[in-house]
Write a protein that binds this ligand. Structure first.
Ligand SMILES: Cc1cc2nc3c(=O)[nH]c(=O)nc-3n(C[C@H](O)[C@H](O)[C@H](O)COP(=O)(O)O)c2cc1C
Length: 213
């Protein structure tokens, strides 16, 4: 699969996990792709905690279920009706969670390139996640990003020290198929923007570029 094909085929997976567990060799290959990402000052500030204990997966899924309920309750009735049928995680069905963390202390105090933009550390971790996601797609493995959690809960669940930030829980596992249209679009939550709306020349445009729609 070439890189454009992987980019276009990649999906956020919730429903399509087959229930098998990813084999170790593939998992390490995919994490190797993540670990090859660019990073500010070459700090490689990420770590990957692989979670496969069914009890831990069940406890996290229960917590995410509560966070989902909180979000549903915060919605006006029409949006709640649209949201309700949307599955937002495959924590147990994927059989593997990867907790991706960001350690801002890695690399010491003089980080080349982060002295002006502190955010570049966390952005480096996002690039590692994207590498992981594309490599998984090329391997026929699904990935779903879960952010419906309270950080202190997940920190305690997998023993992440206080100075380390948690960036994501990724559900990683074999899939029966990948959807061609994102779930949030299929279920009428939000559509993809056309490139023409996002691409500008020379200056950021005046007026509405669709940020609040
Ligand atoms: C930072 C981030 C957090 C996300 N959190 C969740 C989440 O908690 N639950 C979920 O179902 N999808 C989550 N997603 C997936 C997005 O909903 C998904 O990427 C988007 O709808 C586009 O679909 P696609 O990835 O299939 O193209 C997250 C994606 C990103 C990049």
């Amino acid at each position: 699969m070439d890189v454009f094909e992987a980019i276009l085929r990649r999906r956020d997976v919730r429903n399509e996990f087959s229930g098998e567990r990813i084999d170790e060799e593939r998992l390490v290959r995919i994490l190797g792709a993540a670990h090859s990402a660019p990073s500010v000052g070459n700090t490689q500030p990420w770590d990957f905690v692989v979670v496969q204990d069914p009890d831990t997966l069940a406890r996290f899924a229960a917590h995410v279920g509560e966070c989902r309920e909180d979000f549903a309750r915060s919605l006006p009735p029409d949006r709640r009706d649209t949201f309700n049928p949307i599955v937002i995680e495959g924590i147990e069905s994927s059989r593997t969670g990867v907790v991706v963390t960001y350690d801002p202390t890695r690399g010491g105090t003089h980080i080349l390139g982060r002295h002006t933009i502190d955010e570049t550390g966390r952005l480096s971790v996002a690039l590692a996640i994207q590498n992981l996601w594309l490599a998984a797609t090329a391997e026929g493995i699904g990935v779903g990003w879960v952010s419906f959690y309270q950080e202190p809960f997940l920190r305690a669940l997998v023993d992440v020290p206080e100075h380390v930030h948690i960036v994501a829980w990724l559900c990683v596992g074999p899939v029966t198929a990948l959807q061609t249209v994102p779930d949030l679009e299929r279920f009428g939550w939000r559509e993809r923007r056309p490139l023409a709306e996002a691409m500008h020349r020379e200056r950021y445009p005046d007026g509405d570029v669709g940020s609040h729609r």
